[in-house]
Design a protein around this ligand. Structure first.
Ligand SMILES: NC(=O)C1=CN([C@@H]2O[C@H](COP(=O)(O)OP(=O)(O)OC[C@H]3O[C@@H](n4cnc5c(N)ncnc54)[C@H](OP(=O)(O)O)[C@@H]3O)[C@@H](O)[C@H]2O)C=CC1
Ligand SMILES: O=C1O[C@H](COP(=O)(O)O)[C@@H](O)[C@H](O)[C@H]1O
Length: 600
């Protein structure tokens, strides 16, 4: 069995899986089990000591190390051992009462601790995704031995109330998992709440004091999760950085989208964040990058000989990136109306998938090498033009006795809103590999189904001996590779074969890697993977600022034009397949959407 070098804790990377007999499945499962966090040396690495004074540091007396760690600027660091000496000396100054932390652990001064602070802890995302993901990591023994979780928001709440709020949404992902309740109680014991204003240095200073109690003199690492509306990102980062960043470990900040609403506002946000943070400390999250099948894209491409040679204009006719939800913007209309589906889904989730799909082979699996390749693809793309975009908006629809609301029926949405809830677009990558290949995107809310998938339609077989068996519809005979990101994850390839028997009738069949059938282990939520990566300092799945700029450059001109010209969206009924204009757009490039038709 060959193991790839592990790039993340609590995970083992197994390249060779045994065939699917039940005993070998068991072996595979055991091999795939996560390595407990505590036994992974990577977790406890101290920040690399390649120090430089950060001219923009808000702390005049600190040095910032690679990885965002900071240390007092009284020593010149030259080696890891001198950095450790400094850390030791800092720890030795801890008063005796701090030799135990607030949770009662004896303080081993060579140990480190991670404090995860969720800003906006009272909000929807925190409840739905962040706390459950943290619990899942804890359940799987993926969090470090010493960790503390703080919820921070303006809402007044006690620790107990926070715990009750969190416990209502915590589930063991698989029913009847062992010791779930016990583990849940232990997890909740490590969760605390601090009420404060996002723009108050005093409130963050008080948070800092509480954090220090829990850290008890260990090397302190701090992760802040900005689960708050974007208009308060900057203030919160300023306060966190100036009053609550770590003095002897790393400080990192996870930033949620939206990262601005066009090139200018995004650049302005980046600029302000960088007044307080180094780029390496900023973890811009796009949760689609944490989805299992999106992560698997590179493995599929670069570790299977059969795919990579086909991965170009020579064999691929078009690529389709499809996102569809069977519910509207219910409850989030206020946010959505300012952004629309192009900013909400296409400019980030679908474009990130496209970049991973289309990039050249990176030099290594290192985060910077991968992100360099993604930027290159994005920068090779043609900015989207208005004629290559179709927009739609859902309207009310009655089915049986149920009436589904239209987008503008939401009281938080202006009645005359032109914000698109659906869009289809044709994009092109002007490089040698992809010249002329349409990359079609389609994203919509309140459609007939919920799905996210990538469809790769291959070219027709030249001079196909069996053409007459397919009649005139050659598309039906063309190979298509489908990567179903969700739900019911699968990778399947449509191929042609003969129907068994004495005659010569052809059939279309599926070579199907259906995850639920192949793997008994459940698929972790994207937020689990991304939170773990942020704790470990793994940046591969986070967006670098130059990627973000390149992504906005592609969409900003068309977004402005749509708004300036007040383009009216094509209205489609709630629960339908969306505007017919999407078909005309595809037809212009000789493409048929793969998700429409009798067999998908
Ligand atoms: N919800 C989701 O599914 C997704 C959300 N996101 C992004 O994640 C972030 C959080 O999302 P979500 O939880 O839905 O957001 P919420 O609107 O629920 O806000 C989170 C918390 O922020 C505080 N807050 C809200 N409005 C303001 C305001 N005007 N001024 C100061 N504080 C405010 C509130 O806490 P309190 O009043 O207690 O301080 C609230 O509980 C946002 O940036 C969002 O765009 C991204 C992808 C999906
Ligand atoms: O970022 C967002 O994603 C969700 C869809 O995420 P999924 O993991 O449930 O597919 C979308 O509903 C939301 O509008 C958008 O902001």
């Amino acid at each position: 069995m060959a193991a790839l070098s592990s790039s993340a804790g609590c995970r083992s990377y197994v390249t060779q899986l045994p065939s699917s007999s039940s005993s070998s499945d068991e072996t595979a499962r055991r091999r795939n089990q996560r390595i407990p966090f505590s036994s992974n040396p990577r977790i406890f690495h101290h920040a690399k000591v390649s120090c430089q004074l950060n001219p923009r540091s808000s702390h005049p007396n600190v040095l910032r190390m690679q990885d965002g760690a900071v240390a007092p600027a009284m020593t010149t660091f030259e080696s890891e051992s001198s950095s450790n000496k400094l850390k030791e000396s800092l720890l030795q100054t801890a008063p005796p009462e701090e030799r135990k932390d607030a949770a009662g652990f004896d303080v081993n001064q060579n140990e480190s601790t991670v404090t995860i602070t969720v800003l906006g802890a009272s909000g929807d995302l925190a409840k739905k995704k962040i706390f459950p993901a943290l619990f899942a990591l804890y359940y799987e023994d993926c969090l470090p031995k010493h960790f503390t979780i703080f919820g921070f928001a303006r809402t007044k709440m006690t620790h107990a109330e926070l715990r009750t709020m969190i416990s209502k949404t915590l589930t063991c992902r698989i029913d009847k998992r062992e010791n779930c309740d016990k583990k849940m109680d232990k997890f909740l014991d490590r969760c605390f709440y601090h009420s404060g204003q996002y723009d108050s240095q005093e409130d963050f200073a008080e948070l800092n004091r509480k954090m220090r109690e829990h850290e008890g003199g260990r090397v302190s690492n701090r992760l802040f999760y900005l689960s708050i509306p974007p208009n308060i990102f900057t203030e919160a980062v300023r306060c966190a950085s100036q009053s609550a960043s770590s003095v002897n470990g790393w400080t990192r900040v996870i930033v949620e989208k939206p990262f601005g609403r066009d090139s200018e506002s995004s650049a302005a946000l980046t600029k302000t964040l960088k007044q307080y943070l180094l780029e390496d400390q900023i973890f811009r999250i796009d949760h689609y990058l944490g989805k299992e099948l999106v992560e698997n894209l590179s493995i599929m491409r670069f570790s299977n000989l059969i795919f990579e040679p086909l991965w170009s204009r020579q064999y691929i006719r078009n690529v389709q990136l499809i996102f569809s939800e069977d519910f509207g913007t219910e409850g989030r209309g206020g946010y959505f109306d300012n952004y629309g589906i192009i900013r909400d889904i296409m400019q980030n989730h679908l474009l990130q998938i496209l970049a991973l799909f289309a990039m050249e082979t990176p030099v290594s699996l290192d985060a910077e090498d991968i992100r360099n390749e993604k930027v290159k693809v994005l920068r090779s793309m043609r900015p989207l033009s208005l004629e290559d975009v179709v927009i739609g908006q859902y309207k009310s629809h009655t089915k049986g006795r149920t009436t589904y609301p239209g987008y503008t029926d939401d009281t938080t949405v202006p009645k005359d809103s032109l914000t698109p809830t659906f869009a289809a677009a044709a994009l092109f990558i002007d490089n040698a590999r992809w010249d002329g290949v349409p990359f079609l995107m389609k994203a919509g809310k309140a459609l007939h189904n919920k799905i996210a998938e990538i469809r790769v339609q291959f070219r027709h077989v030249p001079g196909n001996l069996y053409n007459r068996n397919f009649g005139t519809d050659l598309d039906r005979a063309t190979n298509e590779l489908v990567i179903r990101v969700q739900p019911d994850e699968a990778i399947y390839l449509k191929i042609n074969n003969k129907i068994p028997g004495l005659g010569m009738r052809l059939d279309r069949s599926y070579l199907n890697l259906h995850y639920a059938a192949r793997y008994s282990k459940e698929i972790p939520d994207a937020y689990e993977r991304l939170l773990l990566d942020a704790i470990e300092g793994e940046r591969r799945l986070f967006i670098r600022s130059d990627e973000l700029n390149a992504a906005w450059s592609l969409f900003t001109p068309v977004l402005k034009e749509l708004e300036k010209k007040k383009i009216i969206p094509e209205y489609y009924p709630y629960g339908s397949r969306g505007p017919v204009g999407a078909h005309y757009l595809a037809a212009r490039y000789n493409v048929r959407w793969g998700d429409i038709g009798s067999e998908q």
